[in-house]
Write a protein that binds this ligand. Sequence first.
Ligand code: FAD
Length: 398
Amino acid sequence: MVTSPVVIVGAGLGGIRVAENLRSGGYDGQIILLGAEEHPPYDRPPLSKTVLTGADDRVDLKPSEFFDESGIDLRTGSRVRAVDPGSRTVSVERGGAVEELGYGTLILATGLVARRFPGTDGVAGVHVIRTVEDALALRAAAASARRALVIGAGFIGCEVTASLHGLGVEVTLVEPTPTPLSGPLGEQIGQMVTRLHVEAGVDLRVGVGVDELLTEDGRAVGAVLSDGTRVGADVVVVGIGGYPDLDYLEGSGIALADRAVGGGIACDGVGRTSAADVYALGDCANWHDPEGNAHRVEHWTHTVDHAALVAAQLLGHPIAHQPVPYFWSDQYGLKFQMLGSPRPDDEVHVVDDDGRKFLAYYSREGLLTGVVGAGRVGKLMKARQYLLTPTPVATLLG
Ligand SMILES: Cc1cc2nc3c(=O)[nH]c(=O)nc-3n(C[C@H](O)[C@H](O)[C@H](O)COP(=O)(O)OP(=O)(O)OC[C@H]3O[C@@H](n4cnc5c(N)ncnc54)[C@H](O)[C@@H]3O)c2cc1C
């Protein structure tokens, strides 16, 4: 049950959603939302899409009056440095001063930080994309760049590539696995992503890594790849993922999940951590699914679902764990979508492919595990119902 005051660490998507759900669910006690960034809560998916291209800068998750109107005490520029479940306090650094803040219920939603390429600290022209400042800095750099090197063809690397390409920048995309996105989706679908980049004219280098970043006068000018080739670039984007920065939990006794299952804050199936009245959700949290498997997931919808589950649990009317994992990505004017929990080693059944748009079902031991599509929004969403209960993939293959 919820105990006042509720202190939420991390004023991103998960933080604002859990606060909002508590209020709409009837909780009228104190809610303090602590965010390390200076911004009110904002949305990250547009950063690599419309913000990077300059098509639309709107990212705020709530209008400014929302916080006063809903009685949510938003404290930006406030970084939690330590948590002490014994005394039920957090240490908050704000403007150089540190304050101890008591909590009744603590919710941790601190997201990720972008992984840097080794040895690039302080090197000009090297970018990551996690915050609004990152996106604006990359956009500014792209305005005067002719060539870009994107390291890593995961979802964000692919999106950044498509966005930079749309801005007229020549992009080399480097990926050590055999295709873009083969990590999450397997090689067969990875080939379909490959053809989009190649048809657009992107210089895609797969099966190679970046051995060394080349610099001149402290500025990145390209890289040497593991096959010995050199790539020139005016701007370098590192898209090699992120990790939960949980230094603030050191000494708290709050259990972390094993790295083999994705790391992050270890939680049960409703977000409870190992400490009483401390919950975690979103990208930083490692939850147990209904089958008891531990996962850490870095998807928007997953975070929103978590926030609803935690709030319901705290309000004393827990909801059954029904969410079907969902992820989308926008590249070259196409919406990529993924439903369920497909694995790269699942059997893939491509049921629709016009050379650009496609739809594929994934199965394991004959049962549907996921659906992946590009430009097939309606058909993909229709398949959602089949992921709610174990369904033989043959049902969909007709
Ligand atoms: C560029 C980009 C594009 C994306 N595109 C998609 C997409 O197309 N589809 C999709 O499904 N998902 C996408 N995502 C993922 C999605 O945005 C995340 O899953 C979601 O933001 C997770 O929400 P969160 O609240 O867990 O973390 P965040 O939104 O990262 O919020 C965490 C907040 O906590 C703050 N914080 C961290 N440590 C502390 C501390 N010690 N004290 C106080 N505050 C702290 C951080 O500054 C941050 O503001 C994208 C992510 C990025 C970066």
